[in-house]
Ligand binder design. Structure first.
Ligand code: PFF
Length: 453
């Protein structure tokens, strides 16, 4: 174990805020509610809760332990916990995953940023409740060469500034302000949505259990979402683990983060679906829900719609920002540890690189859509989307949990979880079983199903 201590978060609250910031993102707000409704509401929720608390949290705990025990960023973390340096490849894989996820995330975050602006200046409300006009507006915007790119760079530059301010002054302070703001925004939107006529139908769609809709595909979606939502499998939680105060209770902190992340995902559903159903609209998935269905909902609210629309896109941008910040931090801190560069230089370098790739992915939806990959003719954006959802995170999670459960000395794991014997770890037996058997098996199944499907 390393003895020199570098940067840390100032308190348990700081860790929780920053890690919840990483976990709560676009995945919670536009993906979770949709797949929950699609695959059987309450039935999906039960499966999701099992996955998120038994498998997702297990992975998060293992990443925190690897990070805090080693006091290193991903590559060195794996290298320092075993005599074979080759294990560092897991960390490298995590960082590559972070890089591609961030580049793609920037595209979607840029759209969100642009829609805050469009909402404020009244461009969205001017479209009224004409579903065709709203969809055309989004199609025109997302395929425009320039506007999404400008929005992407603005969003990315704000993340850069936060990272340049450092771990405590930047990430921790920003998370402590943005996370309560996010909760406030989501609560206000929930109240508005629930008080619309016919809101009950949306709640029914979201919560009433329909086991006939819970297909094998739904179960896999639940597991994939549990991992993505908790930001595990990309080295980010290893980096945040290395910033964790040494007396922090890793298990409790991970449970808090998991609970907050899940609660916010459910609240996002409560904010969205009652309003969608109240307007008699069909819930769509992904960007369609956020950029085509919801503007219609807001426009049907009359004058106040502009306020709620602005609040919603702000909520989305805040959620996306703290997630993007965690990804940029993982990359920045890693280079900082491996090369003699300053934090500023490292952050600027990754800002430039991820923005450049982000711009390429963004252009591939519009002006560069003729460039395709493979026999399926995927655009660059669709290709990286596939890489980020089906391949990289499950592969990296699988290697991480195998390392944690089978390679890393068990005495180190117990010592770290118990804070050198200071806290009780009564859960350890169950946790060990999950980490060694259940989690690797579940990840293997997801991976195989993803590759074959
Ligand atoms: N957890 C984020 C979401 O649900 O949108 C996405 C994410 C952020 C994944 C950071 C991975 C990560 F390292």
């Amino acid at each position: 174990m390393a003895t020199t201590k570098k940067t840390t978060f100032s308190s348990t609250l700081g860790v929780i805020m920053a890690a919840v910031g990483s976990a709560v993102g676009l995945g919670n707000i536009w993906r979770f509610p949709y797949i929950c409704g699609k695959y059987g509401g309450g039935a999906f929720l039960i499966v999701y809760l099992c996955f998120v608390f038994f498998l997702g949290a297990t992975l998060m705990i293992s990443e925190f332990v690897i990070g805090r025990r080693s006091q290193h960023t991903p590559v060195k973390a794996f290298q320092s916990l075993h005599s074979k340096k080759a294990w560092g490849f897991i960390g490298l894989l995590g960082l590559i995953t972070s890089f591609f996820i961030l580049s793609q995330y920037l595209v979607l975050s840029g759209w969100t940023t642009d829609y805050i602006w469009e909402s404020v200046v009244g461009n969205l409300s001017a479209l009224g409740t004409d579903a065709g006009a709203i969809s055309n507006h989004f199609a025109q915007f997302s395929t425009d060469g320039l506007r999404p790119v400008i929005a992407l760079v603005v969003f990315s530059a704000i993340c850069l500034i936060v990272i340049m301010c450092g771990v405590q002054k930047g990430i921790e302070n920003v998370s402590k302000v943005l996370m309560p703001l996010l909760v406030l925004l989501v609560l206000v939107l929930c109240v508005r949505s629930l008080t619309l006529p016919g809101a009950g139908k949306g709640l029914e769609y979201l919560f009433s259990p329909d086991f006939s809709k819970l297909t094998g595909e739904g179960v896999l979606a639940a597991l994939g979402q549990a991992l993505f939502s908790l930001s595990v499998g990309m080295g980010v939680m290893i980096v945040y683990g290395s910033y964790m105060p040494l007396n922090d209770n890793v298990f409790k902190t991970a449970m808090w983060i998991t609970a907050c992340d899940t609660l916010i995902a459910i609240l996002a559903g409560v904010a969205i679906f009652p309003a969608v159903f109240s307007c008699g609209l069909d819930p769509a998935g992904g960007p369609g829900l956020v950029f085509c269905v919801l503007p219609n909902v807001f426009n049907s609210m009359g004058g106040a719609g502009v306020v709620f629309s602005t609040m919603f896109f702000l909520l989305l941008a805040v959620a996306a920002m703290t997630s993007a910040i965690s990804l940029l931090e993982a990359l920045t801190a890693s280079l900082l540890e491996h090369a003699k560069v300053s934090r500023h230089l490292s952050a600027i370098l990754f800002f430039l690189l991820t923005s450049a790739f982000g711009i390429l992915f963004s252009l591939s939806i519009g002006p560069l859509s003729h460039i395709t990959i493979g026999s399926a003719h995927l655009t660059l954006f669709d290709f990286v989307d596939k890489l980020n959802s089906i391949y990289l995170p499950p592969i990296c999670s699988l290697f991480t949990i195998i390392f944690f459960g089978w390679v890393m000395p068990e005495a180190d794991v117990q010592d770290e979880l118990s804070n050198h014997g200071a806290v009780k770890i009564g859960y350890y037996g169950v946790f060990r079983f999950l980490a060694r058997y259940l989690a690797p098996l579940a990840l293997l199944i997801v991976l195989i199903a993803g590759i074959m499907g």
